[in-house]
Design a protein around this ligand. Structure first.
Ligand code: UGA
Length: 436
């Protein structure tokens, strides 16, 4: 695209920051992206992607070649001359379940006196409701507006989601249309709905969306459990529900529970927010509790499959990441379930196509296997935890030969039960007929 007059500073070259910087430069803006990690910046300047995300590398290379994308050390260096400063710093979950704003506050304090006259500061990180107002208060300059512009990027589809958004949400103080329009203009080449609102509503839209998705999955997982008692099929139940446009077909797959870097963090954070506002979000608490129960349900299936006692029993695990298509192990249900199995004395061997070596402090409960067949060797049961499509193409006869026991527990309903059963193994899904 043609180079726009707009100069954008993106603070933070993490997952959201790098995607934002690379995509905005591809839309024709001039982008300077800052980080505090020199090694990461060196890699990016060489055109190497530092996150695993389809399409990101090409955009970084193109951006560098076109001169529209640059990487610099430190926020101060990036904001010089910027029309728009986008904050994409991490907001991890603090000890109380609320988001930890230390990184955000320190960046804001660092740049407040360096911000060009009339620039707009944009909060893109997922931050508690009221943070845009808090940042405006910290900056305390009449010539600088602060707006909230949450992202809705899925891991593994971040570039696609950025360039094909369902909506752009921009929240400004008192719904001031002037800074909101300047931020919305960044996305003017994308064919999508733009919602301008106040900053608290924009911040809440992000949380409410993720919490709704989490609640929906807890609902589905509970219906799946019910299916097992009623000898019904969750595959058919969700397919039937999905025909209703008000429900929709997406995001209805049962599983070992939802995880990742967003849903768990955001559900806890909104629950805390509700609590401190004096409101009891009982439904959200139930969604979180149901998610923990889902892990217990999976452990119960494994325990039962091996005859009731997991002590000293070998279990093979397929998939360690929180979902397929990513190497992200943060808040992975697979690892939470592994920890529970290990606590009961099980010996775990796990294979994941994106995990090639142990990650100290993260995968300690699991011996990392080089292939699915190695993970199956001598195991009493094999448990599929992440929906990597390639698990469908495994030679299940070969798995059967390696296994010591007969049980396959498929927590993603990924496999064809008949294909597995044909090898003499006993198949169990989630909410698939056959009983609990
Ligand atoms: C999620 C949201 O989907 C994004 O819209 C949001 O922008 C992002 O969080 C964020 O806040 O940054 P992501 O964490 O990448 O994206 O993961 P999802 O694809 O939403 O999956 C979340 C969890 O739900 C995973 O553990 C996944 O396995 C599980 N899931 C998802 C199911 O069990 N069943 C489904 O049908 C879909």
């Amino acid at each position: 695209g043609a180079t726009s007059g707009v100069k954008v500073a993106v603070i933070g070259a993490g997952y959201v920051g790098l995607t934002t910087a690379a995509c905005l430069s591809s839309l024709g803006h001039r982008v300077v992206c800052a980080d505090v990690d020199q090694e990461k910046l060196d890699a990016l300047r060489r055109g190497e992607a530092t996150i695993r995300e389809p399409g990101i590398c090409e955009l970084v290379v193109d951006g560098l070649a076109s001169g529209r994308l640059d990487f610099v050390l430190g926020a101060s260096a990036a904001v010089a001359g910027a029309d728009i400063v986008i904050l994409c710093v991490p907001t991890p979950m603090g000890a109380t379940g609320a988001a930890d704003l230390t990184a955000l506050e320190s960046v804001v304090t660092e740049v407040r006196d360096l911000l060009p006259h009339g620039c707009v500061v944009v909060n893109k990180s997922t931050v508690p409701v009221g943070t845009a107002a808090h940042v405006a208060h910290l900056i305390d300059r009449a010539d600088v507006a602060v707006v909230s512009n949450p992202e809705f990027l899925r891991e593994g589809f971040a570039v696609h989601d950025f360039l094909n958004p369902d909506r752009i949400v921009v929240g400004s103080a008192d719904r001031d249309p002037v800074p909101a329009r300047r931020v919305a203009a960044l996305y003017e080449h994308l064919d999508t709905a733009v919602l301008v609102t106040d900053s608290s509503s924009a911040e809440l839209i992000k949380y409410a969306s993720n919490c709704y998705l989490a609640t929906r999955l807890s609902f589905v997982n509970t219906v799946a459990e019910l299916c097992e008692y009623l000898d019904a099929s969750i595959d058919d139940v969700t397919a039937g529900m999905g025909y209703d446009d008000r429900i929709g077909k997406a995001f209805l797959r049962p599983g070992p529970g939802w995880g990742g870097s967003c849903l768990p963090k955001d559900t806890f954070a909104l629950l805390r927010t509700a609590e401190s506002a004096g409101s009891d979000f009982a439904l959200l608490r139930a969604a979180i509790d149901t998610n923990v129960k889902q892990q217990e349900l999976v452990v119960g299936k494994v325990r039962k499959a091996v005859g009731g006692d997991l002590a000293g029993v070998r279990i093979g695990l397929l998939g360690l990441t929180f979902k397929a298509g990513t190497d992200d192990l943060r808040d992975s249900p697979s690892l939470a379930i592994a920890a529970r199995l290990a606590a009961e004395g099980a010996e775990l061997s796990g294979y994941d196509p994106s995990v090639h070596a142990p990650v100290p402090g993260v995968t300690d409960d699991v011996r990392i296997a080089g292939t699915a067949y190695h993970a199956a060797k001598g195991a009493a049961a094999i448990v599929l935890l992440t929906e990597w499509p390639e698990f469908r193409d495994l030679d299940w006869g070969r798995i059967a030969d390696r296994l010591h026991g007969r049980s396959v527990i498929d927590t993603r309903n990924l496999l064809d039960p008949l294909t597995v059963a044909r090898t003499g193994l006993s198949y169990q899904g989630i909410g698939r007929p056959g009983g609990p």
